[in-house]
Design a protein around this ligand. Structure first.
Ligand code: IMP
Ligand code: MG
Length: 180
């Protein structure tokens, strides 16, 4: 599909399944290499990262654990600074290597908040892995360890990312068409 319409807004194809899978594969190779013998805990940020996490984790061959938190900061096409934690963390993180898996880092508020929480829970090493990064939107000083693809500051959907609840099931990533 070249175009999709969600809630009456038009989106055009931006990243194909092949583009995405290539980025996921490269990231998996690096993580496998760096995490040998460290038994990391992957922390998947729901909802958006569920597709990325499913693809990445099936390429991780080191011994690891996987857990989930559910956060929400977006309303429509705007990131808000208020991050709601909708499903909490139950694992003991003290002394662990935690790799946070995120679909996209936009302003960085969500990730900054998460990293502070993980430090507070005394994780010994916190790494950040994001499929997508909008460098022009970033407002926080974050050390991002693994970046799949850097993209312009446009609103996108698909591959787990939604526009007000729709589009998460699309296998490719689409970019919003500006309204004039
Ligand atoms: P941040 O806190 O501004 O970095 O936003 C991060 C969260 O907002 C991500 O986890 C996404 O779920 C969501 N988000 C950011 N940009 C987009 C986008 O272009 N499309 C859909 N969701 C987005
Ligand atoms: Mg997200």
């Amino acid at each position: 599909m070249q175009k999709v319409t969600l809630h009456n807004r038009e989106f055009t194809l931006f990243l194909s399944t092949d583009d995405i899978q290539r980025a996921v594969e490269e990231m998996a190779i690096k993580i496998n290499h760096h995490m040998e013998g460290k038994r990391p805990l992957f922390l998947v940020i729901l909802s958006g990262a569920f597709v990325f996490a499913a693809d990445l984790l099936r390429r991780i061959h080191v011994e690891c654990e996987v857990t989930f938190v559910r956060l929400s900061s977006y309303s429509g096409t705007q990131s808000t600074e208020k991050i709601r934690e909708l499903l909490g963390l139950n694992e003991v993180l003290k002394g662990r290597t935690v790799i946070v898996l995120e679909d996209i880092i936009d302003t960085g508020h969500t990730m900054d908040d998460m990293v502070h929480k993980l430090r507070h829970l005394e994780a010994s090493d916190v790494k950040i892995a994001t499929l997508l990064l909008k460098p022009a939107a970033l407002r926080k000083d974050l050390k991002i360890d693994y970046i799949g693809i850097e993209i312009p500051n446009d609103f996108i959907v698909g591959y787990g990312l939604d526009y007000d609840g729709l589009g998460r099931n699309l296998p490719d990533i689409y970019k919003i068409v500006a309204e004039y």
